[in-house]
Design a protein around this ligand. Sequence first.
Ligand SMILES: C[S@@+](CC[C@H](N)C(=O)[O-])C[C@H]1O[C@@H](n2cnc3c(N)ncnc32)[C@H](O)[C@@H]1O
Length: 137
Amino acid sequence: MSRDEREAQEIFAEKYGVGRGEVNLRIERQVMGGDWGANGYTTMAQADELAAHLDLHPGVRLLDLGAGRGWPGLYFAASSGCEAILADLPMEGLRLAVQRAAAEGLSDRVHVVVSSASHLPLRAGGVDAVVAADVLC
Ligand SMILES: C[S@@+](CC[C@H](N)C(=O)[O-])C[C@H]1O[C@@H](n2cnc3c(N)ncnc32)[C@H](O)[C@@H]1O
């Protein structure tokens, strides 16, 4: 792992490891339009626009790079019926995404991978669409 990747892992592991109370959820709902665990600036309306551009539907395999707690890939799996692979460095956020996927009945279509975007354990052509929301890597 590069120094930048290690730093990102540490910073975000700490952030995702802290529980989110009802106040945080209410703020997210009000500002972003939903409560899928967003940790950036991509709103629900922008995510819907992205999904339309990506033409997501059942059978499409989407890769969400730097998915954090699962936003927006998890939401896309729920709203479009696509399959989603959520990739990020810290396990803490992906753990929450796995829990949310189970709660939403999405476990069979949502997969997580703890990996840097620069060393993904995926073969070329293994996904149909890619999204990276508020990720610089
Ligand atoms: C601002 S957060 C956005 C998270 C999520 N997409 C969202 O909008 O809520 C940036 C995320 O990018 C991840 N990240 C940074 N560098 C990365 C890299 N090289 N590979 C994979 N993920 C990376 C961080 O761990 C963090 O979860």
